[in-house]
Structures are given as C-alpha cells and as structure tokens.
Design a binder for this molecule. Structure first.
Ligand SMILES: Cc1cc2nc3c(=O)[nH]c(=O)nc-3n(C[C@H](O)[C@H](O)[C@H](O)COP(=O)(O)OP(=O)(O)OC[C@H]3O[C@@H](n4cnc5c(N)ncnc54)[C@H](O)[C@@H]3O)c2cc1C
Length: 451
C-alpha cells in the first residue's frame, strides 16, 4: 500500500527538523508537522534566547571588573524591552532560516496540531496524512506543581516575554534551568532568590562541583534557600505576590518562576488509543533504535526521556536516519555527553562524577582537583573563584570525568570531551603542553592527586 509520505515527523524542534532534513537529503519523501514554532524549544524558549539573556546578565559585573583595571565606567540602567525585543527579533530570523532549510531540502511543512489515528495515519486539524513511518519528536513542556496560586507563577516559557522586568523574583527549582535563570535575573538587577526543596542545587552533578558552584552563585548575591518549599501564592491588589512557605515564613516578591521540571509533550497525540506505550512519568517508551510499541511509530528527543539536551536530540535524529536509510545497524552512544550550566561562573562537565566513578570503580579512582582565584580577579578585586576536577581510573590511567566551574567552561570542556571520548589517559593529559596563561592549562598541569 502506498502512503502519502515515507516519513512523517511530528514536531519541528531540534530532533524533528534534523531527522526530516537528513531523511529528505537521502531522497526520502518527508513531511514535518508543527503547531507552534519552527526550531522547537531550543530556538524559541530554550537554549538560544536563554544564552542571549545570559550574555546580557553579565555586563553589570563586567563594569565592576573594569574598575580594578582603571577603566572608569558605571552601570547606569538596564532596559528590559530592548533586550526582550532584540532577542525576539533574532528568534524570528532563526525561524525564517529553519523554514528555508526545510523548504530547500524538500521537506513538506504542515502547520497544525498532529494526532495519531492509527499506525500509519496522522490527523492534522481534520486532514489525514498517511506515512510508512511516523516519528514523534514533540519535546517537553514546563511543569508547575499543584500549589494554590500557582497560576500567578510563570515558567521559563513566559520568562522570555515578560511585559515588565520584576524587581524581585523567586526562582523555584534546583536544576540547571532554575540556576541559569537565577543568574539571569540577578545579573539584570532583580533581587533574586533561588528556592529548592532538596539539600543542594544541581542534583546529578559532581558533589564537589555542586557545592563549589552554589558558593559562587551565592557570592554573586543570589539568596539560595534550600530545603524550602512553597505552600501557596497569593496575588495582592498592588500586583505583589505573597508567598507562603511550608516552614510558615512568608516572602513578598514580584514574580515566582517555577523551573521544577518538564513533562513530555504528548497532549492530544492519542498515544493510548493507537497503542504507543508510555512510562509512569509520561515519556514514550522507545527501544535503542527509537521504535515504540507500535512498529511503524518511532520517537526521539525529550519526549522519550533521554538526556534533555539539544545535541542529544540532533544526534538521535541523525542516528535514526542512518538506521533507516543508510544501513547503520548500531544504536546511539549516550556515553560521555558533555554539558554546561550557564550560571556565573559557568559549569561544564563530561564523563562520570566522583560519586558515579566510585560506584562503578570502587577504590580504583584517583582525583585531581584545583581551586583558584582567576588571574583576572586578582586585579578586578571580585571574589569569584574557579574549580577544576579530573577523575582518573587508576588501573588504566584513563580520564573518566572532567568538571569545571570557570567562565566559558563549556568552550573548554567541549574539547576535553573529544579527548575523553578518544580514551585519553592522564599521562596524555600530562604530556600535553598547556596554553599560558589560561585557566584551561590547569587540566594539563594537575600533578598531585587530592589528598
Ligand atoms: C529554558 C531552557 C533552556 C535550555 N537550554 C539548553 C541548553 O543550553 N543546551 C541544551 O542542549 N539544551 C537546552 N535545553 C533543552 C533543549 O531545548 C531540548 O532538549 C530540545 O529542544 C529537545 O528537542 P526535541 O526535538 O526533543 O523537542 P523540541 O525542541 O521541544 O521540539 C518539539 C516540537 O514539537 C512541537 N509539537 C509538540 N506537539 C505537537 C503536535 N501535537 N503537533 C505538532 N507539533 C507539535 C512543538 O511545538 C515543538 O516545536 C533547554 C530547554 C529549556 C526549556
């Protein structure tokens, strides 16, 4: 039986766009359905606008730094509408680029909301399309806990489009999005509280790195409240929010932003009726080759619960196309995925944390660690410090983890990720000549294991 398409992708986000473009380049008849914005979360309400806001948030501190170097300048004011609108203009430009990329590669773009009718049929706003294979790449959506008054709180989705910049803000959550937004609000001048119900922010990151980063974040003026949770939020007539904590304390603020996690976006897809199985948390169950419980339906990206990162969704899209149309029979490799947190200073990490390494290798690990005042701040006078950590499997001498808290850490760790993926040993790190004077050279000069 012949279908309208060979591959029909639901969701033109990171994974969906990459899969459809790559498949079309192989001569496959492809369509992609999108109901909101081309480029998905990353381009519209994720990585890209966030990084632009991070850049904006760092100027106030740069002005402070400059003083120690004899540059006489002052930070006068910050105009939120300028930043918000310039960001939105840039995103519109990127949306246009995505549109052209899809058109030029021969992908049929269908605007509208898709739902599954059966194993080979998708309905978009009442119109049916059939396809040999269907790929669900619908991503995720921010999740707000069921707290009275939660409707007065925003999520990252709204934070990008605020009418007014808040004077005071409470960011709730301990993950990287919460930590990054706390840095953004703080750097742009809001009195910022980062509130987390656990013991320490950035769960899942190396313990030493988490603790060190939390100290640095607090030193920037962010009020970190751990083991704290919101009982209810009330909006006052003057627009202020009264936040009642479970401890009984009350805080007053102008905005509460929940960054308490994301759920898979499967609303209206009709998964159950078609037989696509999901986990308790709603993520779609897909095997190592992205196949769901319905053989002609595949899924990838945030909606399947793999690490929620754009490069992961992109790599999955390329892998799926290689598996389908280029004879690749290998599964996706999720080892050593490097990642960064764009707080101040940045955190970047690849490989195992010390805790994971100890669990996997027991006593067979050696830790190299260094914390120091960056050269710039010896003159700027700012109290910011940096930290770097290497984890080595003692018996093989292989570097199995690298972590750093340093400005632009992501730019450095991306290179280290290649070395670690290639299986570099500590001896190779040690025989590498450093670039002086940099923070990164510390990675090739750490000689003495931590005591
Ligand atoms: C605030 C924030 C910051 C982030 N920062 C980073 C970062 O710095 N680095 C990083 O690597 N990752 C970051 N991420 C994560 C990254 O954005 C996601 O991992 C990535 O976008 C996932 O891609 P995806 O293809 O799975 O889904 P998405 O990019 O979310 O795309 C899904 C698309 O499907 C569409 N869709 C959904 N349902 C339907 C339907 N029924 N019909 C039609 N279309 C539909 C949606 O509108 C969307 O366009 C961030 C995320 C957030 C929220």
């Amino acid at each position: 039986m012949s279908h309208d398409f060979e591959l029909l992708v639901i969701g033109a986000g990171s994974g969906g766009v990459r899969a459809s473009r790559m498949a079309a380049a192989k001569g496959v008849k492809v369509a992609v359905v999108e109901n909101r914005y081309l480029g998905g979360t990353c381009v519209n309400v994720g990585c890209v606008p966030k990084k632009l806001f991070v850049y904006a948030s760092e100027y106030s501190e740069k002005v402070e730094e400059a003083k120690g170097f004899g540059v006489e300048t002052e930070f006068k004011s910050f105009d939120w509408p300028t930043l918000r609108d310039n960001k939105s203009n840039e995103i519109s430009r990127l949306n246009g680029i995505y549109n052209n990329l899809l058109e030029n590669s021969g992908v049929t773009l269908i605007n509208g909301t898709a739902s599954l009718k059966d194993a080979n049929t998708v309905v978009v706003d009442g119109k049916e399309y059939t396809s040999d294979k269907i790929l669900i790449a619908t991503g995720g959506w921010p999740f707000k806990p069921d707290v009275p008054g939660a409707e007065h709180a925003i999520t990252s989705n709204e934070a990008f489009f605020l009418e007014e910049f808040p004077k005071r803000v409470i960011v709730v959550g301990g993950g990287y999005i919460a930590v990054e937004f706390a840095g953004i609000f703080n750097g742009l001048g809001a009195e910022t509280t980062l509130m987390y119900r656990g013991e320490q922010v950035l769960r899942g990151f190396d313990e030493g790195i988490r603790n060190f980063a939390a100290e640095q974040i607090a030193a920037k003026g962010i009020n970190i409240l751990t083991q704290t949770d919101i009982e209810r939020i009330d909006k006052q007539d003057n627009g202020e929010l009264t936040v009642q904590l479970k401890s009984g304390d009350t805080l007053t603020t102008d905005a509460v932003m929940y960054a308490t996690g994301r759920r898979p976006m499967t609303d209206g897809l009709n998964l159950e009726q078609v037989g696509v199985k999901t986990r308790n948390n709603g993520t779609i169950i897909a095997d190592d080759f992205f196949q769901t419980s319905v053989p002609s339906i595949y899924a990838l990206g945030d909606v399947i619960g793999t690490p929620a990162l754009t490069p992961v969704a992109l790599a999955q899209g390329m892998k799926l196309v290689a598996n389908f149309y280029a004879g690749d029979t290998t599964p996706m490799d999720y080892n050593n995925i490097a990642t960064a947190v764009f707080c101040q200073p940045n955190i970047a990490t690849v490989g195992l944390t010390e805790e994971e390494a100890a669990k996997e290798h027991g006593e067979d690990i050696t830790i190299f660690e260094s914390s120091f005042r960056p050269m710039k701040h010896t003159v700027s006078g700012l109290p910011e410090r940096s930290m770097m950590k290497l984890i080595v499997q003692t018996s093989t001498d292989k570097v199995i983890g690298a972590h750093m808290v340093v400005p632009d850490a992501g730019e450095i760790v991306q290179g280290l990720a290649i070395a670690i993926k290639a299986g570099a040993t500590k001896a190779i790190f040690d025989s590498t000549i450093g670039i002086h004077p940099t923070a990164a050279e510390e990675f090739v000069t750490m000689r003495s294991p931590r005591g």
